[in-house]
Design a protein around this ligand. Structure first.
Ligand code: FAD
Length: 481
C-alpha cells in the first residue's frame, strides 16, 4: 500500500520515538487503523498486527531503522507489495514491518550491456514498460507483476509463465545492495562479472527476508523477441492436456510459456471482468506462447499445434494481433482475481510434481478437496510441473477454514510423495515451514539454521519464516498459528 500522507504514530513507544527522530514523522506509523491494513499478505489464513510500519526512502534510511530495531531487539519483517502467498510478509508479534514501496526509482539503464540498476520497491511490470524504449524487457513475469515489487521477487526467487524459457529471478539478478540485521550495508555479487569466491548473491535470492533487506539491484535485461505467437488449445480431458505438455517437452521444442487452466478456473474467469473468450465446454485449456526469430517461431509453433491436435485439441484459438494476445493472457493473469466471485477468500497453493505425474496429482487434488468438501480449481505452469491448487473459502467460517487447512496439508504431502517438492515459486514463509522436514534431513536443516545465524545472530530477521522457529532457535512465539 502506498503511504504518502502523515499518519499518527504511537509516541508512547520509545522505539517509535527513535524511528521518528531518525526518519521523520511521515515515515513511521503505529496507530491501530494503519496497522490493520498490514495484518497479512496474500495468505489471509494467518493474521498478526505489527507493532509499527516503517516506510524508508533510501538505503541509508533502511540502515538507520534497522540499527534502531536491532538495538531494541525488535523483530523485522521486510515487505514489498504484500502480494506474497506463503505469509512471508505476515508481521510477527511485537515486530516492525519495513515497507520498501517508497523506494521505486529506476536509477540507471545501460542498454549496451543490457542491464538496469533499480530500487527494490520498483513494481515488476514498470521495469519492462520503462526499458521497452530500448527494445529490452525484464524477463521474470509473475502473474502479480502489475503489483509486486522487485524486492519481493528477489526474496521469493519469483517465477512466472515465461520463466519456463527464461528462468526465474535468480538468473536475472547480477548484484544486490543489502542491509544486514545489524544495519550494515553490503554488496552481494557484481554487475560486471560472475562472482568469484562464495556466491552470496544467489544465496540471498529466495531467502524470504531472513538474511537481510535488499534495497537495490543490478538486473539483467533481455532483448524483446522479434515476434511472438500465442494460442489457446482446448482439450476434452485434463489428462489429454497434460499428456500434450509432456509430449511438447519431450520433442525438444522450447516454448516461452505453457500454462494449463481447468474447467472450474475457466468458468470463474468467463463470469468475471477478466473474461477472455475461453471455451466453457473444455475440460482444460493449454495457453502456449512461442517467441524468437520468425523462422523458428513459425516452425516450432506448427509442431506444437500438431502435438496438441494429436492429443485431441479442437478449435485452437490463435491470437492474430497484439490485442488478441493480450486478451488470451488476460484470463490467465486474472485467474486468481476471478476466483473472488466464487467465495470471499482464496487459498492459492504452490507445489511441484514431476511433469509426468501431473494427471495423478490433479486427480488426487480433486479427490482430497471433494472429501473435505472444499471448492477447488486449478491453474498452473504446466511446463515446470508447478501446480497452483486454489481453494475458495469463507474465512469467517471457522469449520470451513479448518477443512481448507486439512485439505492443503494432504495436498502438500501427496505432491512430496509423488516425487515433488513444497514450492515452485511462492516460497515457504509460514505456510509450509512445518513441512520442511518432509524434504530435508536433519543435517540439511541444521546447515540452513547455521547459515541463517551467520547472517542474523540475534534471530531478528523475519523469525519463524521458512524454518519452524524451533529449528532456528529464534524468538519464541514470533508467529501465532
Ligand atoms: C494474483 C497473484 C498472482 C501471483 N502470481 C505469481 C507468479 O506467477 N509467480 C510467482 O513467483 N509469484 C506469484 N505470486 C506471488 C507473489 O506476487 C510473489 O511472491 C512476489 O514476488 C511477492 O512480491 P511482493 O513485493 O508482493 O513481496 P511481499 O509479499 O511484500 O514479500 C514477499 C517476501 O519477500 C520478503 N521481502 C519483500 N521485500 C524484500 C526486500 N526488499 N528484501 C528482503 N526481503 C523482502 C518479505 O519479507 C516476504 O518474505 C502471485 C500473487 C498473486 C496475489
Amino acid at each position: 500500500m502506498a503511504h504518502s500522507t502523515p499518519v499518527p504514530t504511537s509516541h508512547a513507544d520509545p522505539v517509535v520515538q527513535e524511528l521518528v527522530a531518525a526518519l521523520g514523522e511521515n515515515s513511521v506509523a503505529a496507530d491501530r487503523d494503519t496497522l490493520l491494513a498490514y495484518e497479512c499478505d496474500g495468505l489471509a489464513l494467518y493474521k498478526q498486527r505489527p507493532r509499527m510500519v516503517i516506510w524508508p526512502n533510501s538505503t541509508e534510511q533502511v540502515s538507520a531503522a534497522v540499527r534502531i530495531l536491532h538495538r531494541f531487539g525488535v523483530p523485522i519483517v521486510p515487505r514489498g507489495a504484500g502480494t506474497g502467498l506463503s505469509g512471508g510478509a505476515t508481521p510477527v508479534e511485537n515486530g516492525a514491518l519495513i515497507q520498501l514501496s517508497r523506494m521505486k526509482r529506476i536509477l540507471d539503464v545501460n542498454p549496451t550491456d543490457r542491464m538496469a540498476r533499480v530500487e527494490m520497491g520498483v513494481i515488476n511490470a514498470d521495469l519492462s514498460a520503462h526499458v521497452a524504449r530500448f527494445g529490452l524487457a525484464y524477463a521474470p513475469d509473475p502473474s502479480s507483476q502489475t503489483a509486486c515489487t522487485l524486492g519481493g521477487n528477489v526474496a521469493e526467487n519469483a517465477g512466472g509463465p515465461h520463466c519456463y524459457k527464461y528462468g526465474a529471478t535468480s538468473l536475472h539478478v547480477l548484484s544486490l545492495k543489502v542491509v544486514l540485521s545489524n544495519g550494515n550495508i553490503t554488496e552481494l555479487g557484481s554487475p560486471d562479472a560472475d562472482p568469484i569466491g562464495y556466491d552470496l548473491r544467489t544465496l540471498f535470492i529466495g531467502s524470504e527476508g531472513t538474511l537481510g533487506i535488499a534495497t537495490e539491484a543490478w538486473v539483467r535485461l533481455i532483448p524483446k523477441p522479434e515476434i511472438v505467437e500465442t494460442w489457446l488449445a482446448p482439450f476434452a480431458s485434463m489428462d489429454a492436456a497434460c499428456k500434450a505438455v509432456s509430449s511438447i517437452v519431450a520433442s525438444g521444442i522450447q516454448p516461452a510459456a505453457i500454462e494449463i487452466l481447468d474447467d472450474r478456473t475457466i468458468a470463474a474467469i468467463e463470469a468475471s471482468v477478466f473474461a477472455a473468450g475461453y471455451p466453457l465446454d473444455a475440460a482444460a485449456v493449454l495457453l502456449v506462447e512461442v517467441d524468437g526469430a520468425p523462422i523458428e517461431v513459425g516452425r516450432d509453433g506448427e509442431r506444437i499445434r500438431g502435438i496438441c491436435q494429436q492429443f485431441g485439441a479442437l478449435n485452437i484459438q490463435f491470437a492474430r494481433d497484439e490485442d488478441e494476445r493480450k486478451r488470451l493472457w488476460k484470463g490467465r493473469k486474472g485467474a486468481f482475481g476471478a476466483m473472488g466471485r466464487v467465495a470471499p477468500d482464496l487459498y492459492v497453493m504452490d507445489c511441484v510434481v514431476p511433469r509426468s505425474k501431473l494427471p495423478a496429482a490433479l486427480d488426487a487434488i480433486r479427490e482430497i478437496c471433494d472429501r473435505y468438501k472444499v471448492r477447488n480449481a486449478n491453474v498452473f505452469h504446466a511446463g515446470d510441473g508447478n501446480l497452483h491448487p486454489n481453494i475458495s473459502y469463507d474465512g469467517r467460517d471457522a469449520d470451513e477454514t479448518k477443512r481448507v487447512l486439512a485439505a492443503g496439508e494432504e495436498i502438500v504431502k501427496m505432491c512430496v510423495a509423488l516425487g515433488g517438492t513444497l514450492s515452485g515459486e511462492h516460497g515457504i514463509g509460514i505456510e509450509k515451514n512445518i513441512y520442511m522436514p518432509l524434504v530435508f534431513g536433519a543435517g540439511e536443516l541444521d546447515a540452513f539454521a547455521n547459515l541463517r545465524r551467520a547472517f542474523d545472530p540475534d534471530g531478528l530477521m523475519n523469525p519463524g519464516k521458512v524454518m519452524p522457529a524451533a529449528l532456528c532457535g529464534e524468538i519464541a512465539g514470533a508467529m501465532k498459528r
